[in-house]
Write a protein that binds this ligand. Structure first.
Ligand code: EPU
Length: 337
């Protein structure tokens, strides 16, 4: 267990926002967890579990303890005729895990290539892209309650996954830490998801549809459309795509016939927040240190030295104009601390 005091959180969030944590504890194995549980820290001050920092906006300094799980390891734990069960610890980088799976001919998460962040954070918001979400092949999640010391294994069903949400954003928020996740991945007879427009277009440049060509195509699309957090601070999609009634979408389509609409449930559809934001004239706009990405309006960016509040102010302006023009309230996908 490594403990640091008054540490800058800038390297620990992809937005690249400066904030100071009073205490920062890096936890690398289960013994660390037990030792930490026995300390007085939890009783005396607030704490927050921070993974790869790719979906967080720091709005102020943190006068408590940041707990950073850094368990490492990827292991194939079981194989049968059709599937491999792979255990991945929370501190592994998500895209390293995707690469491991594709290299080992395991199918299921190739569409999720290059999503920033660590494996431990991926179930929290049920990460998704190009028609695939991790709930489609997640088997179970091993968790630890840092206040009570209780350990549990949650099945896929118990995680209550939804669009960019799970039990880790509701009932199990705050005190449950993810140790590792187990995925059930196909070792043959893959069911490729290539229907997503941009992906099927990009795949035409390859001779065949394979785990490798899908991964390469997704990497190409993401590299062209989304800013690299190492160059421009950002946390991917800042807002969720809004889920609205079919009736509401029809009203919008009457005026804007090109508005993208995706099936969601029997009564609801999903609209593209990026499209709504672009229609309000925000795409590519810069206000001081912050702005809206020029190739994808759903992504807010830090051009350098922005404070969390600058991003919040921009996001409020965007929300107001989308509400004014379309009567839709955008919800943030990014968490605030
Ligand atoms: N669009 C615009 N203008 C924009 C952005 C998008 O008109 O500035 C339109 C596009 O032309 C398209 C539609 O909106 O018709 C959807 O856009 P896109 O395909 O880029 O996907 P998205 O809905 O904006 C979602 C995820 C992304 C994921 C992509 C690809 C959410 C909140 N975002 O974005 O996930 O990579 O689909 O599957 O669901 C993330 O969560 O951080 C993230 C990047």
């Amino acid at each position: 267990m490594n403990i640091y005091n008054n540490i800058s959180l800038k390297p620990f969030n992809t937005f690249g926002i400066e904030a100071i944590a009073k205490t920062f504890i890096e936890i690398s194995d289960i013994n660390d967890l037990i030792n930490f549980h026995n300390t007085e820290i939890l009783k005396s001050e607030p704490y927050f579990i921070l993974g790869g920092g790719s979906n967080i906006l720091f709005t102020k300094d943190f006068a408590g303890t940041i707990i950073h799980p850094n368990f490492k390891g990827i292991e194939i734990i079981e194989k049968n005729k059709d599937f491999n069960y792979v255990k991945v610890f929370a501190g592994e980088i998500w895209d390293d895990f995707v690469n491991f799976c594709v290299t080992n001919n395991l199918g299921g998460i190739e569409n999720l290539s290059l999503i920033p962040g660590n494996c431990g954070a991926s179930p929290v918001q049920n990460i998704g892209a190009f028609g695939v979400e991790i709930k489609d092949c997640l088997e179970s999640v091993e968790i630890y309650n840092i206040e009570t010391g209780e350990k549990r294994t949650l099945t896929n069903n118990e995680c209550k996954f939804g669009y960019r949400t799970s039990i880790f954003k509701t009932d199990f928020k705050h005190n449950w830490l993810i140790i590792y996740t187990t995925y059930k991945l196909k070792s043959s007879d893959y069911s490729f998801q290539t229907s997503y427009g941009a992906l099927s277009e990009e795949l035409k440049r390859h001779n065949e549809v394979s785990l490798k060509s899908i991964r390469e195509s997704v990497i190409n699309i993401r590299t062209l459309k989304l800013p690299d957090p190492k160059e421009i601070g950002n946390a991917g999609s800042f807002f969720k795509n809004p889920i609205v009634s079919i009736k509401k979408a029809e009203e919008i389509n009457k005026i804007f016939s090109d508005a993208p609409v995706y099936k969601f449930s029997k009564t609801e559809v999903k609209l593209a927040a990026g499209w709504l934001i672009e229609q309000c004239g925000w795409k590519g706009k810069q206000i001081g240190n912050v702005g809206v990405h020029k190739k994808q309006a759903l992504v807010l960016v830090n051009y350098g030295n922005a404070k969390g509040i600058d991003i919040i102010n921009l996001s409020e302006k965007i929300k107001n104009s989308v509400f004014f023009k379309f009567g839709i309230t955008l919800e943030t996908e990014v968490n605030f601390l």
